[in-house]
Design a protein around this ligand. Structure first.
Ligand code: SF4
Length: 203
């Protein structure tokens, strides 16, 4: 057995599904939702993930075996806040099995592991670390109010020129959609990300 397979992570769930959000929308992906979050957004739709002690610790060997057998071409490590954990062992083994590794993070803890695509979803109450910005591939900001757009622009200034800029309405508060549409039409460097998995009823 590879020694990295013995590492364990608190795992809330893992499943093969369709990436519903962002630049890779519509592509099949193996989701790995690690438990533990110290950001605690009031509108979070995975509050069950916050307390990692409520979830089993699962070995890298088991997680990667399931991801590999799914047939997915890439894995999405999400949470919770996945960067609360050192992702070295998990990401090395996923890549050794031929899967690209994506992450969805608030960027509020140090980067770790081997990541092919970094989606930064910054949260105002626990800001991203400056060291994360140079590596961001996609900036995806949930917009509920005008001040969220200011927050999005503040973060965009710190990202590389190549970054994909996306504003996303929150599923339960679609009232922000006109605000987002109007802003994107006036500022076409931005695009819109929707939670399309909720339209097609996949997790
Ligand atoms: S960072 Fe993500 S998991 Fe944590 S509270 Fe915010 S939305 Fe929920």
């Amino acid at each position: 057995m590879n020694r990295l397979d013995q590492f364990e992570y608190p795992l809330m769930e893992d499943f093969y599904t369709i990436q519903g959000e962002g630049a890779h929308t519509g592509k099949p992906a193996y989701f790995i939702r690690l438990a533990g979050c110290d950001v605690k957004c009031w509108w979070c739709d995975v509050k069950d993930s916050w307390d990692e002690s409520k979830h089993p610790r699962v070995s890298v060997g088991e997680i990667v075996k399931r991801a590999d057998e799914s047939g997915a071409e890439f894995a999405v490590i999400t949470g919770g806040e996945p960067l609360l954990h050192d992702l070295e062992a998990l990401t090395i083994r996923l890549k050794q099995k031929g899967l690209d590794v994506h992450i969805e993070t608030s960027g509020s803890s140090p980067l770790s592991g081997h990541l092919d695509w970094i989606t930064l979803s910054p949260k105002r109450f626990k800001k991203p670390l400056d060291e994360v910005f140079p590596y961001v591939d996609e900036l995806k900001v949930v917009v509920l109010k005008n001040k969220d757009i200011d927050w999005a622009e503040e973060n965009a200034e710190k990202c590389p020129d190549s970054v994909k800029l996306l504003l996303q309405p929150e599923w339960d508060t679609p009232s922000s959609i006109p605000l987002i549409v109007d802003y994107v039409k006036k500022n076409p460097k931005w695009g819109i990300s929707l939670q399309t998995h909720k339209f097609i009823n996949v997790p």
